[in-house]
Ligand binder design. Structure first.
Ligand code: ADP
Ligand code: MG
Length: 240
């Protein structure tokens, strides 16, 4: 579903992604781990082309992401992204937040878009909040709306960049549970997280990044019980 081939990216003289090769199968859940500054966010942002790359290629479901144009917009719509900050439109209702994209990009009528949106809001457990404004919801509820909004575009893959890092602790699980459900339904997911319990539970594969390089890839059991590289051992030593 997602394929990166020899992807390189620099920020000025900083070589932030070094020859990244990564394949994510349909329905696979990849957890990206690595120290702060290792390039996890940059990697996510290149996959939906919020960032350009210097060399290599990225394809989604077999189609190479082009530099620009309509084809790029179409492919981008297939990649949903949820960030640390919820990024809801503050002056739109919850329902409007979810219907806006599908109406504009997928060409749905208001009624169609609202029916789909309500079903998605129900799925993430916030349908009773549909008429409210984002600021009236808790952080956990807002993040679940952000997930529903991304799903409303019918993405083929979902990227999550530290989706629970800005939440109060008691709200972390409601968001993680939503993500686990999504994974069980077969969504292809790439997740950056510091929630190691979730990583163990939900990951098909851990991809460990350090200094812009993929240093190690393993199942969660292998990675957590028997990390191979010194950098992974060091990382786990600090967080576990
Ligand atoms: P992570 O998400 O793993 O913490 P990032 O992908 O955010 O890492 O950052 C990787 C490196 O790239 C860091 O050294 C960071 O300072 C640098 N970086 C990130 N974004 C930019 C940018 N827009 N301009 C310059 N340097 C950046
Ligand atoms: Mg980051």
């Amino acid at each position: 579903m997602v394929q990166l081939k020899s992807v390189n990216k620099h920020y000025g003289s900083l070589h932030v992604l070094k020859d990244i090769n990564l394949e994510v199968g349909k329905g696979e859940v990849i957890i990206l781990l690595g120290p702060s500054g290792s390039g996890k966010s940059t990697l996510c942002r290149t996959i939906n082309r919020l960032e350009t790359i210097d060399s290599g290629s990225i394809s989604i479901d077999g189609k190479i992401l082009p530099e620009e144009g309509k084809e790029l917009a179409n492919l981008r719509a297939e990649v949903g992204m949820v960030f640390q900050s919820f990024n809801l439109f503050a002056h739109k209702s919850i329902l409007d937040n979810v219907t806006l994209g599908p109406r504009k990009v997928r060409g749905l009528s208001k009624t169609e878009a609202e029916e789909e949106a309500m079903a998605l809001l129900r799925k993430v457990g916030v349908d009773s909040q549909a008429q409210k404004m984002p600021a009236q919801l808790s952080g956990g509820q807002q993040q679940r709306v952000a997930i529903a909004r991304a799903l409303a575009m019918r993405p083929k893959v979902m990227l999550f960049d530290e989706p629970t890092s800005a939440l109060d602790p008691e709200m972390v699980n409601e968001v993680l549970d939503t993500m686990v459900n999504l994974a069980r339904e077969g969504m292809t997911m790439i997740v950056v997280t510091h929630e190691m319990g979730f990583a163990r539970r939900a990951a098909d594969r851990i991809v460990f990044l350090a200094n812009g390089e993929i240093v190690e890839q393993a199942t969660p059991d292998e990675f957590f019980s028997n990390p191979k590289s010194d950098r992974a051992k060091d990382f786990l030593g600090k967080i576990l």
